[in-house]
Ligand binder design. Structure first.
Ligand code: IPM
Ligand code: MG
Length: 322
């Protein structure tokens, strides 16, 4: 039996994960769902956001379906999501962006770069070490090449005109792309940010380092119209975590208006990962049909509640769309 650890988390996390679970039910997805209470709310209650045994439970599951977790501005608090990514070595963060005009995937390195956690924080000076390794660059490039070989082209996004660490990233990605026979080019990250707004259709698969991928993916969500639409897969060799790219949005939590699409699409990515491609396609088709009908939440200018948007998707699935 498949086992999925389910982390609703904080803010709108539990609301959108509830939607994802309803949609998974409606495509007949069968798995042992293991709910885990981790995050900021638990930290406030018990002083622990994520215990070692939670990580053990996650490791015993096939994968994790994750909502969102609030990170408080407290220097003693370590981001739960970053700990899970690091601990389970989920090195490839795959973020697809799709609309009538756009079809691109950002492949973000997920364990090193400016997220190394190596910091010296003084009163007058603070440093964060940006770690780029050949091994880390090679494996993210390999993941991106695998994706690009089934599509059109790879663009390596970097800042090697300033950061010497990115010369290593760029060269390693180029080597990997050449070896894989993948057609590729490269672009400085500032130019990539500009072109993503002006000419997003120019891009297919983009591979980049951790922080650049973080920023460019929120930018792309903005180009599409809402963070609430976008999903991601955090993949390692043995484990995987699927999550919407939005945060816990405490300002709208509990009001029943969160956009469930990012979480539902994350569930679709999970179905694909389990090899359930038909089911995954059905979920995506149902999402697109509801978006086209204007059955959307306020972030997209609509007036649907989370429940109504979810019901629309589930009904489209039970009618066997498209
Ligand atoms: C994301 C988020 C995280 C990140 C935060 C919550 C640590 O912004 O998944 O994009 O920076 O990676
Ligand atoms: Mg982000």
């Amino acid at each position: 039996m498949r086992r999925v650890a389910v982390v609703g988390g904080d803010g709108i996390g539990p609301e959108v994960i509830r939607s994802a679970l309803l949609v998974l039910d409606s495509v007949g997805f069968a798995a042992d769902m293991v709910p885990l209470d981790v995050g900021f709310a638990r930290w406030r209650r018990t002083g622990t956001a994520l215990a070692q045994e939670d990580l053990e439970t996650m490791r015993r599951c096939n994968c994790i379906l994750f909502g969102a977790i609030t990170t408080p501005p407290d220097p003693a608090y370590r981001s739960v999501l970053l700990r899970i990514r690091k601990d389970l070595d989920l090195y490839a963060n795959i973020r697809p962006f799709h609309s009538s005009r756009i079809d691109l995937v950002i492949v973000r390195e997920n364990t090193e770069g400016l997220y190394s956690g190596i910091e010296e924080i003084g009163q007058e000076e603070a440093r964060t070490v940006r770690v780029i390794t050949r091994a880390g660059s090679r494996r993210i490039a390999a993941a991106a090449c695998q994706l690009a070989s089934r599509r059109r082209r790879l663009t390596i996004v970097h800042k090697s005109n300033v950061l010497k660490s990115d010369t290593l990233f760029l060269e390693t990605c180029r080597e990997e792309a050449r070896a894989a026979g993948v057609s590729h080019d490269d672009m400085l990250v500032d130019a990539a940010a500009y072109n993503l707004v002006l000419r997003p259709e120019r891009f297919d698969v983009m591979v980049t380092t951790n922080l650049f991928g973080d920023i460019l993916s929120d930018e792309m969500a903005g180009v599409l119209g809402s963070l609430g639409l976008c999903s991601s897969a955090n993949l390692g060799e043995r484990h995987a975590l699927f999550e919407p790219i939005h945060g816990s949005a405490p300002d709208i939590a509990g009001r029943g208006v969160a956009n469930p699409v990012g979480a539902v699409r994350s569930a679709a990515m999970m179905l694909e990962w389990f090899g359930l491609s038909e089911e995954s396609r059905l979920v995506e088709a149902a999402v697109q049909s509801c978006l086209a009908k204007g059955m959307v939440t306020p972030d997209l200018g609509g007036s649907c509640t989370t429940e109504q948007a979810t019901a629309c998707i589930c009904q489209a699935i039970s009618r066997g769309l498209p």
